[in-house]
Design a protein around this ligand. Structure first.
Ligand code: URA
Length: 201
């Protein structure tokens, strides 16, 4: 029933704010959800997995309905993961043409030289690919630690970028996606809703 009148035509237009009821029970649109999670190592960014726990296992079952990850991290990678039930929004975050910047902190097996950092900044050819990576922002944090911002999301991109300059990532942590920075108050496994200041309130 819409505003008290039974409706039998599936094409009927329902205006926002109309009172909609099914068998006498009021129903309504749920507001879309936009969440940040501090992903711990050892859980997969998938809705189900036969072997490992998934990021959705970190949420109460009732909260999981329709939630999906906007931009995956590998099993061993920690840090910021965005989840939503708004498919248009997750598409905007992940669509390659949007070039959404993602910032990672990488710890490396070997000290890294300035020449290698310059190659990463310019763009590097990943094994088996036909195009160099897009220019990246790269800042040294220590002899074998780097902060890197990339605007693509190729398969295992950051690990493969360091492999392409002869090094190996031993730990990888995502700190930022576009305007959203991982809240330092969230321990691994914890989550919260994004705020209006983070693009979603
Ligand atoms: N780059 C990687 O290699 N792994 C990730 O999970 C994200 C970026």
């Amino acid at each position: 029933a819409v505003d008290g009148a039974t409706v039998r035509d599936p094409a009927v237009k329902v205006v926002e704010g109309a009172a909609v009821a099914l068998d006498g029970v009021r129903v309504g649109l749920r507001k879309p959800r936009y969440l940040m999670l501090h992903k711990p190592a050892g859980c997969v960014c998938a809705t189900s997995d036969g072997v490992h726990p998934t990021v959705l296992d970190l949420f109460p079952p009732a909260a999981c309905d329709g939630l999906h990850v906007a931009g995956r991290l590998d099993l061993d990678v920690t840090g910021l993961v965005l989840l939503t039930d708004d498919g248009d929004w997750s598409h905007r975050v992940t669509a390659p043409r949007r070039k959404c910047p993602k910032t990672y902190r990488a710890e490396l097996a070997e000290p890294i030289g300035e020449d290698a950092l310059a190659v990463l900044r310019r763009g590097v050819r990943l094994r088996g690919e036909k195009e160099d990576t897009r220019p990246a922002e790269v800042e040294r944090l220590g002899p074998a630690a780097v902060q890197i911002t990339v605007t693509e999301g190729r398969y295992h991109q950051v690990k493969r970028m360091f492999a392409a300059v002869g090094n190996r990532v031993t730990a990888l942590h995502r700190e930022r996606i576009g305007p959203v920075t991982l809240d330092r108050a969230l321990p691994p496994g914890a989550w919260r809703a994004l705020t209006a200041g983070e693009g979603r309130g």
